[in-house]
Ligand binder design. Structure first.
Ligand code: ZN
Length: 454
């Protein structure tokens, strides 16, 4: 977000300002868009209020304590990486930070499901981590780890030192993982083994106990049961790595991953993402798809999906009149950066779907909110009401940054308006938006002329 922008003047920049400022398009991509995570996009970690930290601190305690926070109180005797994985499982967190565990379709017999053991899921992709701690993105990740630990009460120097070791451990996990290029051969990744075989090949891990703990309370395996190991060399190297890594480093790594997962789940202030965020983001998208059934193309089909002209003449006439308003509205949007105007005709179906979709999502939210107690406001964004955050959430779904060539291509040949206009168009047509932000009539987001199809 960019709180210096007037929401009634340019709601896209108000919601996406930080994204636009800080996003860099990767070298191999033509654009960067985001079905964002508002916590990442908006949350200034330094603004989080202490009041919201208690659930997170309690969770870390339940998981065995994060050494970087516990200092002298952390007890090495009672820690083992396996126990931490079991505790993660018990609390509903990922169990994949050391060995990725999943139940998948058996690729050699697709009527059956099988346990699959793979290299760890890392907090940053392997391709970055292997470049080491001085790589820009890896370094940003490191600073983020330190920030979070300090917010939770860690001493900055302790966090800087201990989390460096934890990150070095994660980098080693990346280094023993297979690169993507070597993961394209399905047969090479298919190494079936009985639990007995596993125990012989990788003796330092008690496999029956380990797997049964992760399956508990649903299933129980025996020594003769078969699992698939994707990268056997990873497991042997992991055994060696765990032998040579102090427990405190393992624990700092493991609990960091839990902490990070907790932040993304929004446990900073409650167990659930507030509904105003969900209705704004996914609700908007669902409404958009539903409205397609009634756009300029969808209306040509009947309820069975057959091409039938089933509308009455006067309905059709009034529809075309309303659609014309949308065509002209979007056709007047100019993208200065590439000196092009949008093609209101080609884009009308998507624009009609956006306009209807956001309205349906808002009505659904207001309906929901009427029947439920008020939800807590977002830490750091306390000044905004749930209704206002609904709009921010909807807008930030479309934050996007394009290279000029990609933007040109999109405008001349695409059916979706660029993200900016998917926000400005529908919201400036809606009185509910203007009233939630008290936009003066005649302001850019509250123009006198408004288009409305559905
Ligand atoms: Zn669409």
């Amino acid at each position: 977000m960019d709180l210096t922008v007037d929401p009634c003047d340019d709601f896209y920049r108000f919601s996406c300002g930080k994204f636009l400022r800080e996003t860099q398009i990767p070298d191999d991509k033509t654009a960067q868009t985001t079905f964002k995570n508002l916590y990442k996009a908006c949350m200034n970690v330094k603004n989080i209020e202490t009041i919201g930290l208690d659930p997170m601190k309690k969770m870390l305690q339940d998981l065995g304590g994060w050494p970087v926070l516990e200092g002298e109180n952390w007890n090495e005797e009672t820690f083992s990486w396996k126990d931490s994985v079991y505790k993660f499982h018990e609390h509903g967190y990922s169990v994949d930070y050391f060995i990725d565990f999943s139940i998948v379709i058996n690729v050699k017999n697709n009527t059956e499901r099988i346990i699959d053991l793979d290299q760890a899921t890392l907090g940053l992709s392997r391709e970055y981590l292997v470049k080491g701690i001085n790589e820009k993105l890896v370094n940003a990740y490191y600073r983020y780890m330190i920030d979070i630990a300090v917010i939770l009460g860690a001493n900055k120097d302790v966090a800087t030192a201990e989390l460096r070791d934890a990150l070095e451990f994660e980098i080693k996990l990346a280094n023993i993982s297979l690169p993507l290029e070597q993961r394209r051969n399905a047969s090479k990744l298919y190494n079936p083994m009985t639990l007995d075989d596993l125990q012989t090949k990788f003796p330092s891990i008690p496999w029956v106990e380990y797997l049964n703990s992760l399956l508990y309370p649903k299933d129980k395996l025996r020594e003769t049961d078969i699992v698939v190991v994707d990268v056997p060399s990873y497991i042997s190297n992991l055994e060696e790595l765990l032998r040579s890594t102090p427990k405190k480093v393992q624990a700092n790594y493991a609990l960091w991953r839990a902490t990070a997962a907790g932040i993304l789940q929004g446990s900073f202030f409650s167990n659930d993402r507030p509904k105003y965020m969900n209705f704004g983001a996914i609700g908007f998208v669902i409404g958009h798809e539903i409205t397609h059934g009634f756009d300029d193309q969808g209306r040509q089909f009947d309820k069975n999906g057959n091409l039938v002209d089933w509308w009455q003449e006067d309905t059709k006439k009034s529809y075309i009149e309303k659609a014309k308003c949308i065509i002209e509205q979007y056709g007047s949007y100019r993208v200065a950066e590439v000196n092009l105007t949008l093609n209101g005709i080609n884009n009308q179906g998507e624009n009609i779907a956006d306009n209807g979709g956001i309205k349906e999502a808002y009505n659904a939210y207001v309906n929901w909110a009427r029947k439920h107690p008020a939800e807590p406001r977002l830490p750091g964004l306390q000044e905004f009401t749930p209704q206002q955050m609904f709009w921010v959430s909807a807008a930030s779904t479309w934050c996007s940054k394009h290279r000029p060539e990609s933007l040109k291509l999109r405008i001349t040949t695409g059916f979706h308006s660029p993200g900016e206009f998917r926000v400005l168009g529908p919201l400036s047509n809606l009185e509910t938006f203007s009233s939630d932000f008290q936009c003066p009539s005649g302001s850019k987001m509250n123009p006198d002329k408004k288009c409305k199809v559905w």
